[in-house]
Design a binder for this molecule. Structure first.
Ligand code: IMP
Ligand code: MG
Length: 336
């Protein structure tokens, strides 16, 4: 039996808060034996700056940038054609992925039919990557698993054996890389304007690890909010939204759609902090809000405006105080 220790990176808003940056930073420490994507599929877009180059990954975990074994977990859905394309792109960019990347044999497949169905969505504003129909079929017990796909045979892995009976490592130290965010979670998000997977720390546990193996839970937030999809969201389109979108590069990493923008919602972040049991919260893009020069938050039924960014940070920190918990503020391209 191996000892298992797991750290999890989740997003506490509507996705796009910098999980890629946090996982990249953590993976670089070299502490981990595995990096695992645990939910979602090609709907995700993780923007990573590696050795001065920008990468956008969709299903491939960022462990491959550091020679760490990387697994697409059983909680994910995978489109084989797109996966092979993403692998080819990374290879072409000089990232060594062979012998590093594997797919849980019980992960589910996004079929052409799923893609076609999702392509017709107008109600939710999905990324049209087939996620909803693939998860629907998984739960309806008529899905296709990775182990049934000939092109994927060479990449398959049994995560039970890999995590619990690892012959190479006495202690298996896993970094779980979440996708999407709390506000899009199928149970906790603003249903039906959600994705079809579990974006909380609970979603990581579903990937074959014991609950007590969780050590740290890192949350990613931004000092303002963004959302992409069909529901009404956000502030009026004025100069503030424009400046945030421009300086914050708030366009979908997967679809290129402009993200809707709003002020920071303290209660929503507090709820996601509690439900995920965060040990660290990273609030990103502070410098983007400084460009706007307006420091607003929603708290309870009120909207507060602060004179300075420091007043705003102080207020947020005071109200998020919890035991064994730290808040880190970070700029757009800062390292953590
Ligand atoms: P789906 O996950 O493609 O079904 O889309 C459901 C909702 O989640 C839509 O509002 C999407 O815009 C949103 N969504 C899915 N993946 C991401 C992501 O990685 N970042 C931000 N929004 C996402
Ligand atoms: Mg994203």
């Amino acid at each position: 039996m191996s000892n298992i220790v797991a750290d999890v990176v989740v997003d506490v808003q509507h996705g796009d808060c910098g999980k890629g940056k946090i996982t990249h930073h953590l993976a670089r420490t070299g502490n981990y034996t595995h990096v695992v994507r645990y939910n979602g599929g090609h709907n995700a877009g993780h923007t990573i700056y590696h050795e001065g180059k920008k990468f956008v990954t969709h299903v491939i975990p960022c462990g491959v940038f550091f020679g760490i074994e990387s697994i697409i977990g059983p909680g994910c859905v995978v489109n084989p054609k797109r996966l092979l394309e993403e692998m080819a792109e990374l290879r072409d960019a000089g990232i060594e992925i062979d012998n590093l990347l594997s797919i849980a044999k019980n992960a589910h497949i996004v079929t052409d039919w799923h893609l076609m169905e999702d392509g017709k969505d107008e109600k939710i504003g999905t990324t049209k990557r087939g996620n909803g129909p693939a998860y629907r079929d998984k739960y309806a017990r008529k899905g296709v698993r990775a182990e049934q796909v000939p092109e994927l045979q060479e990449y398959l892995i049994d995560v039970y054996q890999e995590f619990h009976h690892n012959v190479e490592h006495e202690t298996v130290e896993i970094l779980f890389e979440g996708a999407q965010g709390f506000g899009l979670d199928v149970d906790w998000g603003d249903y039906p304007y959600v994705t079809s997977s579990h974006c909380t720390v609970g979603g990581a546990i579903l990937n074959g690890i014991p609950a007590q193996s969780i050590r740290k839970v890192y949350g990613a937030a931004k000092i303002y909010e963004t959302y992409v999809g069909a529901k009404e969201f956000g502030m009026e389109e004025g100069i503030e939204a424009k400046v945030i979108r421009e300086f914050g590069e708030e366009f979908g990493a997967t679809t290129g759609r402009p993200r809707k923008i709003d002020w920071f919602d303290l209660d929503a972040v507090a709820k996601a902090t509690d439900i995920n049991g965060l040990t660290t919260l990273v609030i990103n893009k502070v410098d983007v809000l400084e460009k706007v020069g307006r420091f607003m938050i929603y708290h309870g039924d009120n909207k507060f405006e602060f004179d300075t960014i420091d007043d705003m940070k102080y207020y947020i920190e005071e109200h998020l105080k919890r035991n064994n918990f730290e808040v880190i503020f970070s700029g757009n391209k800062d390292r953590i």
